[in-house]
Design a protein around this ligand. Structure first.
Ligand code: GLU
Length: 424
């Protein structure tokens, strides 16, 4: 891969451009047929929809929504639904491609999909959010189904949104279709531990990478960017594992305590005030200074492109585990690689969520309820197996964990594409 002076020609940061670069690098390193690369550099299907919603005051707003299937050679499209004001077709496509790679890394029988609506959910009332979700579901319904495309939660969506999506699909089809969506509430066929599965998988990778590189975990310092659905539980789990969480940031600010933040007190503060900012158990710092905080581990758990070249240059940590999707620009990646920082990539590190989704999908199709023990055990085994495969490949090829994960994924996707042949 040619070196880059900066974060690429695009401004602002373009995640689809970044994923395409990573796919090309993985194809080259895996030595698979370049025709596979041509297939993976374009999404199979992109649906853009208008989502008109009657607002509570009576006027109609029209939102834009998307559902993208990047590649479905390995199975039905799988991936979350994101509600975010800055969402675009390119971002959704990048996230769908990440899902193609991620489902292959953990070797679950899915392809990659993603969807979402450009909206600011915090400004919508509950009933507006419900109408938006249901109208969006109807607009993309032709793509959805247990054998076609199975959505799940992502940024700013949760089990309540998934329940509305499920109910809308059931209404449209006149029957119960539990396998059409994952991340549902337990009361309608959800999976125990689904909500914390991404964070559990991240911590599993933290343990594995510290063990594999001979770093002591207990007492090590961690920095976490994001304190939402993933970052919140993650900070708790890191603390329970014996680490010191020394800095946490969310959209409104960042707090630092070199002795370790009291994560329970921080969570209580964030619950009552809406943000980690203003927490008295730490010193406020600028969000951009988060990356420079002295620590052994950094976990970005927010949005794409968070770690740029500047952040990478200032980082003191020697391990990064990517809980968010695409949190690092390719140029930042190069900087960290040169400095010998070990990066556990998103398509491995945050795959616990989609793995739990796989179990939920299987449960829905089996009509047999899984218990917590079975979920925890299989989730841990799946993550450990994936980490082991990626680690071994990185050692064998002498490449980064990101390149190795890309190689493992692309080989599996290429095998499926080759086995199918080209229709007609
Ligand atoms: N949104 C999560 C992810 O990016 C979960 C996707 C899923 O379970 O389908 O991996």
């Amino acid at each position: 891969m040619a070196s880059m002076e900066a974060d690429g020609p695009q401004a602002p940061y373009d995640p689809w451009w970044a994923v395409r670069r990573r796919i090309s690098a993985a194809v080259a390193a895996a030595g698979v047929d370049p025709e596979i690369e041509r297939l993976l550099l374009v999404p199979e299907r992109v649906l853009e929809v208008a989502v008109p919603v009657r607002m509570d005051d009576g006027h109609v707003e029209v939102f834009s929504g998307w559902r993208v299937h990047h590649n479905v050679a390995r199975g039905p499209a799988k991936g979350g639904i994101r509600f975010h004001p800055a969402l675009s077709a390119g971002e959704v496509t990048a996230l769908a491609a990440d899902m193609t790679l991620k489902t292959a890394v953990v070797d679950i029988p899915f392809g990659g999909g993603k969807g979402g609506v450009a909206c600011e959910p915090g400004r919508l009332s509950i009933s507006e959010l419900e109408r938006l979700t249901r109208r969006y579901t109807v607009a993309i319904a032709s793509l959805l189904g247990p054998d076609q495309d199975v959505p799940a939660p992502d940024v700013n969506t949760d089990e309540r949104v998934m329940a509305w999506l499920l109910d809308t699909m059931d209404m449209l089809q006149g029957r119960s279709v539990p396998g059409v969506v994952t991340g549902k509430p337990l009361s309608v066929g959800g999976m125990p531990m689904h909500a914390g599965a991404t964070s559990s998988g991240v911590v599993r990778c933290v343990r594995a990478v510290f063990a594999a590189t001979g770093r002591p975990l207990v007492g090590a310092r961690a920095v976490v960017q994001g304190f939402g659905k993933v970052g919140g539980p993650l900070a708790f789990l890191l603390q329970s594992a014996g680490m010191r969480v020394v800095a946490v940031a969310d959209v409104a600010g960042a707090v630092w305590n070199p002795g370790g933040l009291d994560v329970s007190a921080l969570a209580e503060h964030a619950r009552s005030s809406g943000s980690v900012a203003g927490f008295v158990g730490g010193t406020p710092i600028a969000s951009t200074d988060l990356w420079a905080v002295e620590a052994e581990l950094v976990v970005p758990a927010a949005l794409e492109g968070a770690i740029d070249v500047d952040a990478a240059r200032r980082m003191t940590a020697s391990v990064v585990v990517e809980a968010a999707n695409g949190p690092m620009t390719p140029a930042a990646d190069e900087v960290l690689d040169r400095r010998g920082v070990v990066v556990v990539p998103d398509i491995l590190a945050n795959a616990g969520g989609v793995t739990a989704s796989y179990f939920e999908w299987a449960q829905g199709r089996q009509g047999y309820a899984w218990d917590e023990e079975m979920v925890a055990d299989r989730l841990a085994r799946t993550m450990d197996r994936a980490f082991g495969a990626v680690w071994a490949r990185a050692q064998a090829l002498g490449v980064s964990l990101r390149d190795a994960a890309g190689v493992v994924a692309v080989e599996r996707i290429a095998a499926a594409i080759t086995a199918r042949g080209l229709f007609p």
